[in-house]
Write a protein that binds this ligand. Structure first.
Ligand SMILES: [Fe+2]
Ligand SMILES: [Fe+2]
Length: 196
């Protein structure tokens, strides 16, 4: 079974490529909508995905890891492909597909935060939970936009996430966790003893 740190790296590599695809997909999606309000929100979401990608790249670097080149290439193609299809797929399908994907993105960063906690990288938890919270807002936007659309009779609505507060409810005092992590980094010998 992979260690929590190996699982964290694997998940961050997946997230890094996912953010790349999301960035290009939302760029195409923004170009495909007529409503100026939708376009503005999609552009904001795109910029938040690029910000996530930069954060995830930084976390990978801290862990001594890098994005996986083949996965990056595949997701670059996927992102451009979806961006192009958004112009052909009408209004509903891109909104629906994005909402479903954002739902999984919340869980991806929640899982990453759990692996960070389990592998002694408590200093990464705050960043990962913040990204989960931003994905929660993305999912809400798409869920609200498709609400009441007649095509939901053909495409069943995905399960709504728990309330946003639930994302960090099990982490208690994050400052304490961060201090613990900093003290471990300051004295690695002590921390390895403490972990036994
Ligand atoms: Fe993201
Ligand atoms: Fe997102």
């Amino acid at each position: 079974m992979p260690s929590p740190e190996a699982s964290l790296i694997r998940l961050l590599q997946a997230a890094c490529s996912g953010e790349l695809a999301a960035g290009y997909a939302y760029r195409g999606h923004a170009r495909s909508v007529k409503s100026a309000a939708d376009r503005a929100r999609l552009r904001t979401i795109e910029s938040e995905e690029w910000h996530h990608r930069a954060l995830v790249q930084g976390l990978l670097m801290e862990l001594g890891a890098r994005p996986r080149p083949v996965r990056e290439a595949v997701f670059w193609l996927i992102g451009h492909g979806i961006g192009l299809l958004c112009r052909l797929g009408g209004w509903f399908v891109p909104m629906y597909g994005a909402g479903k994907l954002e739902r999984t993105n919340i869980v991806e960063y929640e899982d990453a935060a759990r692996f960070a906690a389990a592998s002694g990288h408590e200093d990464m938890i705050e960043c990962l939970l913040e990204m989960a919270e931003v994905e929660w807002e993305h999912e809400r936007f798409f869920r609200e936009r498709v609400a009441g659309h007649w095509m939901l009779r053909l495409f069943p609505k995905w399960e709504a996430p728990p309330p946003k507060e639930a994302i960090r409810s099990c982490y208690g005092n994050l400052n304490e966790l961060q201090q613990l992590s900093e003290s471990r980094q300051a004295s690695p010998a002590d921390s390895s003893r403490a972990r036994g």
